[in-house]
Design a protein around this ligand. Structure first.
Ligand SMILES: *Cc1c(COP(=O)(O)O)cnc(C)c1O
Length: 414
């Protein structure tokens, strides 16, 4: 089989889908542009600050742009919030008090959140230690839908936050589009207007034309080295929400009484603005790469989720490689086609906190940025690899070809 011909065949099958993605990119670019213009963004907003950061206009305007984009009262957008987990933790500690109950509407949360909540390990300062109880409702209909009645039944008088995780993360469940959250958001708010609905929006920004806050979620949280940083933001995270939510969260960001008024950044804000401007385009490049990958491996007879032509709610593509040899060759092929650390050869290793060995490819400009092309997998049957990101579709396509060549070389391609 000619591998280039295989990729071309897969690409032909994907072209009608790409047209739909470009339409969404156009609408989201319009939304970003409108937000920049409404806030009259100018070169002066790039200027760094030091010390307390009082009157940091770059920080304040960036937060207003995010608030507009998410249809919210306010936002926190900070390089000082280290990552997505830090922002999610900040949100939970802002909204929850001792004695309160946290309810997950989408089953088990992302790995790192288990530690924050106190479900796994005993990290000092977790929610459990602070006296916050937790329970979860599993998704229904073969893990594709939120069990709305189940969530309503699980509400307790002390429930303060309902958590919805948009992305599958690394679980074999469906990711959720914002409109698929509308029913549970309305039902919970109707039953309990005092409850905050918080969405872990990681990997989901700019996939659709609206975000969960447009459907009534109280707060959306995500990482800037994923979708909304557009591949340019060097670090940080955001939270966008209602005033009622943000005034509590900003007290934990800095201190009660200080909130968002302080916080300097000694480098330029320019990459945050430019990254946000690029984000609808970058996300489209990553989606095209995911869809092409799905189609290539479907043509080779492998199982994928989502299927190449299924609606998408995040940038992650899962592919069952079936054998360890194929999985390792795939990941090594992605690394070999990376602009950074392309000569590194990933091997399975014992990663702290994981039961199986893990193998990962990440040859990125921003360390650990998963809006850049990256792949990772636990070494266990059915040897599923999770692929995400890609700053340009051309690079994604070259990297997939590189993976196919590695597979051919180690004899794992039929
Ligand atoms: C990436 C991610 C997080 C947070 O991860 P960080 O690595 O801390 O940025 C949380 N939830 C989901 C679903 C994610 O994809």
């Amino acid at each position: 089989m000619d591998l280039t011909a295989l990729v071309s065949q897969a690409e032909r099958d994907c072209l009608p889908l790409f047209a739909g993605l470009e339409e969404t990119e156009m609408k989201n670019t319009r939304r970003v542009l409108d937000a920049f213009q409404a806030e009259d963004i100018a070169t002066r907003h790039f200027a760094p600050t030091t010390g307390y950061g009082y009157d940091d206009i770059g920080r304040d305007a960036l937060e207003r742009v995010f608030a507009r984009l998410f249809g919210c009262d306010a936002a926190i957008v900070r390089p000082s919030v280290a990552c997505g987990t830090a922002a999610l933790s900040l949100c939970l500690f802002g909204l929850l008090l001792p004695g309160d109950h946290l309810l997950s509407a989408t089953g088990s949360p992302y790995d790192t959140m288990e530690t924050v909540i106190g479900l796994s390990g005993s990290a000092p300062g977790n929610l459990k230690e602070m006296g916050v109880s937790y329970s979860q409702v599993e998704m229904c209909e073969n893990q594709t839908k939120i069990d709305v009645q189940g969530v309503l039944n699980a509400l307790r008088s002390e429930t303060k936050v309902v958590l919805i995780q948009r992305s599958r993360g690394y679980a074999w469940r469906a990711s959720l589009r914002p409109e698929e959250m509308a029913e549970v958001i309305q039902a919970v708010h109707a039953a309990r207007p005092d409850v905050f609905i918080m969405v872990d929006n990681c990997y989901g920004e700019f996939i659709c034309e609206k975000e969960p806050t447009h459907f009534g979620a109280d707060v959306c949280v995500g990482s800037l080295i994923k979708n909304p940083g557009g591949g340019l933001a060097p670090t940080g995270a955001y939270l966008a929400g209602t005033n009622r939510a943000i005034v509590r969260i900003e007290a934990r960001l800095t201190a009660p009484g200080l909130g968002r008024e302080v916080g300097s950044y000694a480098a330029s804000y320019q990459p945050f603005y430019q990254g946000l401007f690029m984000a609808p385009h970058t996300v489209t490049q990553a989606l095209k790469t995911s869809i092409l990958a799905a189609r290539i491996f479907e043509l080779l007879g492998m199982k994928t989720t989502p299927a190449f032509d299924a609606p998408r709610a995040d940038i992650i593509q899962a592919i069952e490689m079936g054998t360890p040899e194929r999985l390792v060759a795939f990941v090594q092929g992605i690394q070999a086609a990376s602009p950074i650390d392309g000569s590194a050869v990933p091997e399975p290793w014992d990663m702290p906190g994981y039961t199986d060995q893990v193998i990962m490819a990440a040859g990125t400009f921003v360390a650990g940025a998963s809006i850049e092309l990256s792949a990772d997998a636990p070494m266990r049957a059915p040897f599923t690899v999770y692929l995400q990101g890609g700053l340009t579709y051309a690079h994604g396509k070259l990297a997939l070809l590189s993976s196919l060549e590695k597979m051919r070389k180690n004899g794992s391609l039929a």
